[in-house]
Design a protein around this ligand. Structure first.
Ligand code: ZN
Length: 140
């Protein structure tokens, strides 16, 4: 029995352009943050599409997983810092952003990921803390 597994593609699956084996700097984006990293693969010289083998993907997997974990931790501590600066309890913060009264303690412990809207609101309040009064009075 002969088996041909992982027969290398000779042309790009997207545009049929020629593929070249090389390492290229790629950009990975996660929750508004980006990371440039070196990705080995078969790259299309016409459209820039990459064909990645399992080996190519596992070469960079740890790097990307670590990056996502760092972003999650940084956003959790950023939310915590801003909340304390605004002198809000976790429950008050959760009342402003929704998601249930335990939402903020879960965000800050890394047990849940806040929606981008929550991060954006808190970044705005970090720069313009006076807007918090307006939110409080509107909630009456
Ligand atoms: Zn192509």
């Amino acid at each position: 029995m002969t088996a041909t597994r992982h027969a290398p593609l000779s042309v790009c699956p997207a545009c049929s352009g020629p593929l070249v084996r090389e390492v290229r700097t790629s950009r990975f984006e996660y929750r508004g943050e980006s990371l440039d990293y070196e990705q080995p693969g078969d790259w299309c010289t016409e459209c820039g599409e990459a064909v990645l083998s399992g080996e190519d993907m596992s070469a960079t997997e740890t790097l990307l997983v670590d990056f996502m974990s760092r972003v999650d931790q940084a956003q959790a501590s950023e939310l915590s810092r801003i909340r304390r600066k605004l002198k809000l309890t976790q429950r008050q913060a959760a009342a402003l952003t929704g998601g249930g009264h335990n939402a903020f303690s879960r965000y800050e412990r890394g047990e849940a990921k806040p929606l981008p809207a929550v991060i954006h609101l808190f970044r705005l309040l970090d720069r313009h803390p006076e807007l918090l009064d307006e939110l409080k009075t509107r909630r009456g």
